[in-house]
Ligand binder design. Structure first.
Ligand SMILES: O=P(O)(O)O[C@H]1O[C@H](CO)[C@@H](O)[C@H]1O
Length: 330
């Protein structure tokens, strides 16, 4: 056959279906599973040195080093409003930091004190479905570690799968199932930097037992133990809410609440030896029957966050105080 030339190819294009224009998402350039550094060159993510630069940039803006880091879940940004003497830094003003794209996630770090304990809060987290690879969703956790944080409090909004859970309940997370990890998507994917932690970190004690016990005591003191539960969380990739069949499968394997965050943050935090506490605000009841006409929606998620903001603020303030006491006693 005669060789083809550039013009032939152009002619051939006329018979091909139009090329789809895909939105830009960040991949590692290798297998496209989104674990890379976003520039398509390396599966590593940002280097230790780049994260150190981010940490030093933030330290240059504050006068007191925080001990406890808080991640505010969807519609729970008002947790950061309890912070006294606040110093706020917009994500867009932080070099190499991602930006928030989801309603209910303000997009700033707030430094200051809660009950006299120096803290740092993320008013807005990053999700995989926004197009960020998992390592980038968790980048702030490593920055927290470099800044000197010892304890992470992660909060999230979640659908209640356990039939005894009610909208507005607060679930202390006692464990998670890493569904995205089952499919090979893990924030620690790629070369391991031992300066953060070991290649094979254990996860059997991911959610600190002592913190969970103290949280249950605080719930009693605040007289909210009737709405505080303890259970297993799972994270799916989103952004769609789950089908009835998916939810029934998750229920069968022991999931109590389902969301689209937290698990990878906790894995990253435990990898670098942060103590972890997490809670889920149950914002909707998962639909597990085809007879049920309810449909999950983000507006309801945000509404329940607003409805529960006073209780959550009191609860988290007490958690901060008591976790700091535990850390000084150790
Ligand atoms: O996990 P957070 O950030 O609280 O948000 C939850 O709420 C959103 C859905 O309404 C999803 O992003 C889900 O993960």
């Amino acid at each position: 056959m005669a060789p083809i030339n550039a013009n032939d190819i152009n002619d051939a294009k006329a018979f091909m279906p139009a090329k789809k224009v895909l939105p830009e998402v960040e991949t590692d350039g290798a297998n496209g599973n989104g674990n890379g550094n976003g520039n398509g060159n390396s599966p590593k993510g940002y280097s230790y040195e780049t994260l150190l630069e981010i940490a030093n940039f933030l330290l240059s803006r504050i006068s007191v080093k925080p001990h406890i880091g808080i991640i505010c879940g969807s519609g729970m940004g008002s947790l950061a409003e309890t912070i006294q003497e606040p110093v706020s830094i917009l994500y867009e003003d932080i070099p190499n930091f991602p930006v928030s794209t989801v309603e209910g996630h303000h997009g700033q770090l707030v430094f200051g004190k809660i009950n006299d304990i120096p803290v740092m809060a993320m008013q807005g987290r990053f999700h995989y479905y926004e197009g960020y690879p998992l390592w980038k969703c968790c980048l702030p956790v490593r920055v927290m570690k470099l800044i000197g944080i010892k304890t992470l409090i992660a909060t999230n909004a979640a659908g209640g799968l356990n039939p005894s859970y009610k909208i507005g309940d607060i679930m202390i997370v006692k464990d998670h199932i890493n569904m995205m990890g089952f499919a090979g998507n893990n924030p620690l994917h790629g070369p391991n930097d031992e300066r953060f932690g070991p290649r094979f970190p254990p996860m059997s004690k991911a959610y600190n037992y002592e913190y969970r016990k103290v949280a249950r005591e605080i719930a009693k003191e605040l007289n909210i133990d009737n709405i505080v539960r303890e259970g297993v969380y799972t994270c799916l990739g989103g952004p769609n809410f789950e089908t009835v069949a998916e939810l029934n499968m998750l229920k069968m394997v022991g999931v109590d609440a389902v969301g689209m965050s937290t698990v990878h943050e906790v894995i990253t935090a435990r990898h670098c030896d942060l103590n972890v506490f997490a809670l889920s605000l149950i914002t909707n009841e998962c639909v597990t029957s085809y007879d049920n006409n309810d449909e999950a929606n983000h507006e309801e998620v945000l509404d329940v966050g607003r409805m529960r903001q006073d209780i959550l603020r009191k609860f988290v303030s007490k958690l901060v105080e008591r976790f700091a006491q535990i850390e000084t006693n150790h």
